[in-house]
Design a protein around this ligand. Structure first.
Ligand code: AMP
Ligand code: ZN
Length: 111
């Protein structure tokens, strides 16, 4: 398996774990864009949101985990969740991930 995030789930590549359960792994982004920048991913390999449209349960689990992690990390003033998909979406790692960004005011529209 050559997928970077699968290697993080397996422990082959180290990451700063933030939250783990049976289906979800969450860890600190290596290049944080906000004081809190966590990536919430499924343990199983799913390439992107485009590959996950038939698994609403998994998508719900990921988003619920992101919201819980936000609360546990004190983001009471709010936060942003982002899923980049494909080339136009700016996806660089081909394993579905929810960015959880917080700890500063976000801007809109995104670039
Ligand atoms: P995206 O551009 O939406 O595919 O996001 C990929 C994210 O993965 C970027 O924010 C990267 O900083 C992050 N990233 C890449 N390699 C690692 C790593 N080894 N550990 C943690 N985060 C990583
Ligand atoms: Zn993977």
């Amino acid at each position: 398996m050559s997928c970077l995030f699968c290697k993080i789930v397996s422990g082959e590549i180290p990451a700063k774990s933030v939250y783990e359960d049976a289906d979800v792994f969450a860890f600190a982004d290596i290049n944080p864009q906000a004081p809190v920048h966590v990536l919430v991913i499924p343990r199983k390999h799913v390439a992107s949101l485009a590959e996950a449209v038939d698994d609403a349960a998994l998508l719900g689990t990921l988003m619920a985990a992101a919201g819980r992690i936000a609360a546990e990390n004190g983001l009471a003033k709010g936060y942003r969740t982002v899923i980049n998909t494909g080339a136009d979406g700016g996806q660089t790692v081909e394993h579905l991930h929810v960015h959880l960004l917080g700890g500063r005011a976000m801007h809109w529209p995104p670039g």
